[in-house]
Design a protein around this ligand. Sequence first.
Ligand code: HEC
Length: 100
Amino acid sequence: MNKTLATTLSLLALSTLPVLADESGIEHGKKLHQQSCTACHGKMTGGDGSTLYTRSNRRVTSLPALNAQVRRCESNLELKWFDEDIKGVSEYLNAEYYKF
Ligand code: HEC
């Protein structure tokens, strides 16, 4: 490998780092939520199921309760998410819908 190529490759590797870091937050949660959560909620409420989160009699009324409910639905499904995944999905739902 010549030197220029090596430099280019290492710069490339560096420049993708912030993208990866971003992935662990809200964006990551959004993807997971789309993959695993919208279909079933959608069957209940129609559409993409998001009205479940915004209806006036929604069950979740605080951030800890949101975390707990995400975990409850996740473990019912036996998805075996990491804590970071639970956190990302909670952050996404909070930013997008609950706004606690
Ligand atoms: C197999 C069906 C199903 C799947 C899949 C599912 N859920 Fe649920 N979810 C439910 C049911 C049922 C409720 C309770 C609705 C109620 O109380 O009226 C619910 C409620 C919720 C609520 C609370 C809504 C409120 O009232 O504030 C959240 C948050 C939630 N789910 C998150 C998730 C997440 C995150 C996932 C993906 C890991 C997920 N759910 C996947 C069935 C499902």
